[in-house]
Design a protein around this ligand. Structure first.
Ligand SMILES: [Zn+2]
Ligand SMILES: [Zn+2]
Length: 235
């Protein structure tokens, strides 16, 4: 009874407008229940890289059938579609931390509802230092810290370094992108963990995650997961 009263008072005191429909959400959440159920969930997808599929949930996509990625699995609960794509854009390019927190909380809600085995360590995809200066922060590190804090999993932002600045992925074809990415990352020190999750905001081709996975795998990491908020349908 006391708990119910506390929840009720909290809901009144912290009630806010839904970031999607602008109606009063009725709870302390930044999104109302109706909008949450209508988000573009990535339910039907490749069991290894989480590429959205038209049908055949937990099948392997064509690319994974052809060449298996180095990482073992991907947990990417949303498709890169409205309104998730807008929140990611605002978070990443407009430093909108309200959107960032919402994305991290939505990811956590999905992970709490899942039965995935938790990793020992979170490894955010590093940005080149010049891009951190330009953007002001690394969105992957920010997400990893928020998510890691809630799950009680430490974040390792020092082992993997991006030594080359790479052009945005959409400006390159797959072959060129893979060639450039192959030299882009390096490991600063021994990687001692057996089970890691690499964290990014969006997974596009999967090439970045795959290159970092190779580094970790070559240094003895046995299980590597990819965690991202959203997955594009492009390959
Ligand atoms: Zn709403
Ligand atoms: Zn796949």
């Amino acid at each position: 009874m006391i708990n119910k009263c506390v929840n009720f008072i909290q809901d009144i005191v912290f009630a806010q407008s839904c970031l999607n429909c602008r109606q009063l959400s009725g709870t302390s959440s930044a999104i109302c229940n109706q909008c949450f159920t209508e988000l573009p969930a990535n339910r039907v997808c490749c069991r290894q890289c989480a590429l959205p599929l038209e049908s055949g949930n937990h099948q392997l996509c064509g690319q994974c059938q052809k060449t298996s990625p180095t990482f073992n699995s991907a947990f990417i609960p949303f498709r890169y579609e409205h309104p998730v794509d807008q929140w990611i854009w605002k978070f990443k390019f407009r430093n909108d931390l309200v959107s960032g927190k919402l994305l991290a909380d939505l990811f956590l809600q999905k992970i709490f509802d899942s039965n995935i085995v938790m990793p020992e360590i979170l490894v955010p995809v590093p940005l080149h230092s010049s891009r951190v200066r330009q953007r002001g922060f690394n969105q992957s590190l920010w997400l990893a810290r928020h998510i890691g804090k809630q799950l009680g999993i430490p974040v390792d932002s020092r082992s993997v370094r991006r030594r080359l600045k790479t052009p945005p992925q959409h400006e390159l074809n797959i072959k060129k992108r893979t060639t450039i990415l192959r030299k882009a990352f390096t490991l600063n020190r021994e990687f001692e963990h057996q089970h890691a999750a690499i964290v990014d905001d969006v997974l596009t081709s999967g090439s970045t995650m795959n290159e970092i996975s190779k580094l970790l795998c070559n240094n003895g990491c046995a299980t590597i997961d990819c965690w991202a908020i959203a997955r594009t349908a492009l390959k």
